[in-house]
Design a binder for this molecule. Structure first.
Ligand code: NAP
Length: 247
């Protein structure tokens, strides 16, 4: 088992990519903290992981845009497990619109969850990780943070900002053996991309050298690598999981 007894927090972990990461880490022996906004789905996700992989889990309802919730998430994790080895900043939202029509609210909400939320969780987790002199932080960014995408000024800015923050944190924390990396998924089949029509999905697939949208597990495998000993000399990097769509 590659993560035996490691403690991992996954924000937005009740479904989609976050849940897939949580499941793969649980399968590899990690104790899992699922943090997400809806109490019922958080509980359901944690229960199914405990049942399927026989690991300890902690379901926590929390909003990453609220600093107090992030501090509570860290406190509750330390109270139950005594340490934090891995933070996956995965919670994210979209509110797409063309720039000329984008409201202040659409801009602010996406930046608040995707960028500020990742900052707040990182800030909450960093003291215990520094005391331990070890840790892994994995930021789930996006292909559009690298290449841009019409209709996603807010989202692409949040993910581009998160890539820059990843590199800064990697430099700040390296001396304490805390490694910080990003994953930039392409288009992955989750609730977030469900809204796309079949025609849009086919058009997208035609732009992808591997000719298909990704699965959440494709992203989870990269996260497992970044959380494991196999990546112990890698920090400040962005791993693209996009089927070759952007090189
Ligand atoms: P998803 O299925 O919508 O999952 C995102 C989760 O984050 C949901 O459970 C959502 O809860 C939760 N969340 C939303 N706001 C939150 C907040 N303020 N605090 C805590 N949790 C919050 O999306 P996904 O596709 O798995 O995306 C996961 C990450 O991958 C995101 O950062 C996304 O930007 C990134 N990504 C996805 C794709 C893709 O193609 N799917 C591509 C590139 C990057 P509710 O839904 O209950 O509100």
């Amino acid at each position: 088992m590659r993560l035996k007894d490691k403690v991992a927090i996954i924000t937005g972990g009740a479904q989609g990519i976050g849940f897939s990461i949580a499941a793969l880490m649980a399968k590899e022996g990690a104790k899992i903290v699922i943090s997400d906004v809806q109490e019922e789905s958080v509980k359901k996700a944690a229960e199914s992981l405990s049942k399927d992989f026989n690991v300890e889990t902690l379901p926590l309802k929390g909003d990453v845009t609220q600093g107090a919730d992030c501090d509570t998430m860290v406190k509750n994790t330390l109270d139950k497990f005594g340490r934090i080895d891995i933070l996956v900043n995965n919670a994210g939202i979209t509110k797409d619109n063309l720039v000329m029509r984008m409201s202040d609210d659409e801009w602010d909400k996406v930046i608040a969850v995707n960028l500020k939320g990742s900052f707040l969780c990182t800030r909450s987790v960093i003291r215990p990780m520094m005391k331990q002199r070890s840790g892994r932080i994995i930021n789930i960014c996006s292909i559009v943070g690298l290449m841009g995408n019409a209709g996603q000024a807010n989202y692409s800015a949040s993910k581009g900002g998160l890539i820059a923050m990843t590199k800064t944190c990697a430099r700040e924390f390296a001396s304490r053996n805390i490694l910080v990396n990003a994953i930039a998924p392409g288009f992955i089949k989750t609730k977030m991309t469900e809204a796309l029509s079949d025609e849009q999905k086919q058009k997208l697939a035609s732009l992808i050298p591997l000719e298909r949208l990704g699965e959440a597990e494709d992203v989870a495998k990269a996260a497992l690598f970044l959380a494991s000993e196999d990546s112990s000399y890698i920090t400040g990097q962005v791993i693209s999981v996009n089927g070759g769509m952007y090189m």
